[in-house]
Design a protein around this ligand. Structure first.
Ligand SMILES: Nc1nc2c([nH]c(=O)n2[C@@H]2O[C@H](COP(=O)(O)OP(=O)(O)OP(=O)(O)O)[C@@H](O)[C@H]2O)c(=O)[nH]1
Ligand SMILES: [Mg+2]
Length: 310
């Protein structure tokens, strides 16, 4: 990372949820492609200061609230860049292309239609994913699960993994089908098991043990989000090679559901994520008030069963 060019970039989210993108000048590196505004950090400059300076220079705005979103180390043929991307949720001033660059405010889902530099794929994903990923508790009753999900939705959850390890495959499929119909369009689902990719619109969450069994092609056929459970550097590399959209990294802290596992702790998790260019949710013993700590340690946010249920 030492030789990589440290670039500060911003996913700027307006009050209506849309995101600001700019088109790079044709004379610039990656010319003509869309980008997240920002630029090179100067020697000795603090990260947030660099971000503020770049956004002032390029857009004429003053940052009021920002936090780390994702770090992406990318090797272009000519040079390596460390894209240090922050989410800007509040700013003053009217954004305009101060260097003559065209700007556009875009719905997060519509970002897929724009041509970005190669390094930007995980940034687009990070801009689209929420900060919390709910994993369902194992319940013996579908009605209770639905009630809990309604409450979670009220609390702002919209990304959910259906974990029901007590069910056999046919029973799991029956629940999945009913849940898809009931929460139509309100939840982004990730299902588990080998049958998961067959539901249109639903995502697929791989267990760590599936990382060596599933192919890139199989994963690419899934029409929703794809994710994997990772616990160490090796599994993160496997997930990266398969091309999943995001991962969970666990266990961060001791948990009741996995009492035998050794927790990673904050520092080890941060070290693993520094070299991992995809959004990652930290999992294990975390609750919503720990979100800022997760962001500071390089995570997209937190995942959880008990911590996010009710
Ligand atoms: N700002 C920005 N740079 C990106 C993105 N994606 C990406 O690969 N880069 C790369 O990061 C590098 C530095 O960005 P930059 O050209 O904005 O730097 P800068 O504002 O200081 O520009 P300057 O050298 O024209 O003064 C470029 O090689 C650029 O291609 C992105 O989304 N935003
Ligand atoms: Mg720039």
């Amino acid at each position: 990372m030492s030789e990589a060019l440290h670039v500060m970039a911003a996913v700027i989210r307006g009050s209506d949820g849309r995101i600001l993108i700019a088109r790079r000048g044709s004379h610039q590196d990656q010319g003509g492609l869309w980008e997240f505004p920002g630029g090179k950090l100067e020697p000795g400059e603090a990260r947030l200061d660099g971000l503020r300076r770049e956004l002032h220079e390029e857009l004429g705005i003053d940052v009021q609230a920002a936090r780390p979103l994702i770090g992406v180390l990318h090797h272009y043929p000519k040079r390596s860049v460390w894209l240090d991307v922050w989410l800007v949720s509040s700013f003053s001033g009217e954004a305009h292309g101060a260097e003559g660059q065209p700007l556009r405010w875009v719905e997060p889902a519509a970002l897929d239609a724009y041509a970005f530099p190669e390094a930007n794929r995980p940034i687009v994903t990070a801009a689209q994913l929420p900060e919390r990923y709910l994993i369902t508790p194992e319940l013996d009753d579908l009605g209770r699960l639905c009630d809990g999900l309604e409450q979670a939705l009220t609390g702002g959850i919209r990304l959910v993994q259906l974990r029901q390890n007590q069910l056999d495959a046919p029973a799991y499929a029956a629940w999945a089908e009913q849940l898809l119909a009931r929460f139509d369009g309100r939840i982004d689902w990730l299902f588990k098991g080998s049958h998961a990719p067959h539901w249109p619109g639903a995502g697929w969450h791989l267990r760590a043990s599936q990382l060596g069994e599933v192919s890139r092609e199989e994963l690419a056929r899934c029409s929703g989000w794809t994710a994997a459970s990772c616990h160490n550097a090796n599994e993160l590399q496997q997930a990266l090679a398969l091309g999943v959209d995001f991962v969970t990294l666990s266990p961060l802290l001791p948990t009741a559901s996995h009492p035998q596992a050794t927790p990673l702790g904050w520092e080890q998790a941060a070290a693993l994520l520094r070299d991992f260019p995809k959004p990652a949710y930290l999992l294990g013993g975390l609750t919503t008030p720990q979100l800022p700590e997760a962001w500071q340690h390089g995570a997209q946010g937190i995942a959880g069963i008990r911590g996010l249920w009710r």
